[in-house]
Design a protein around this ligand. Sequence first.
Ligand code: ZN
Ligand code: ZN
Length: 266
Amino acid sequence: MEIVHLGSGSSGNSTLIRTEETSILIDCGFSMRQLERRMSLVNMTPEKLDAILVTHHHGDHGRSAKAAAKRWGVEIHANMETCERLSLDPVNECRIFENLERRDLGPDLSFLPIPVPHDDADNVAYVLSSPEGRAGFVTDLGEPTEELVKHLTGCSHLSVEANYDTKRLFGNPRYPQPLKDRIHGRGGHLSNKQTATMLNRLVHDKLDSIVLCHLSSDNNAPHLAESEVLCEIGEKFEGVIHISRQEGPEFAQWLGERAAEPLRWS
Ligand SMILES: [Zn+2]
Ligand SMILES: [Zn+2]
């Protein structure tokens, strides 16, 4: 399983996953032009996509779902609320799933959607399974639930949001207090500290790679996110940590490998 973050942050998110038989995107929160451009950098075209999994309807995740269904004819998978709020036709444009319902996407790839708390959205995390192992993709949640941790346990790759540094968020003079409270609250985003604490519960011998994503450009910085996580898990984690930024793709990660391959143009 190859994992390529095409870009991640509040302006857009999309991750390309390729196995031998199956190619999908998780989220399509960039313009169609940007998605096509970013995919082309890794020799991917929309025609080769088997599916797009959408986590939730917020623009930075679902912006191009409707256009992709129409123009590329690609199958969108989402739960009912996300489908409705993206104005997708639940018969012709979207395959509705129930949260916690496992579904096959191809002969060598299946997914499990796990509900996570996020304001005004029925957001899900995804665990993808292939014959080589499992990978978890988690963004946009105010706190990790026990159910989520249970399903992420044993994954050999984790892409997890590290949205904000608490000190930077609360010290940011440009953010009004209610907005700070919302981001920090149960329906907001994970802080670096929350991400580090969750990862601490998920480190095991076969956790080979972690990608920190959806970093706030206003309230976080790559070195803060990485150092907070390393401070928590550094002694026991033997894999690699990378950061996915807004301008991707920068690297390709292979499930089960402890090194990522830098992409030529980045
Ligand atoms: Zn969101
Ligand atoms: Zn988001």
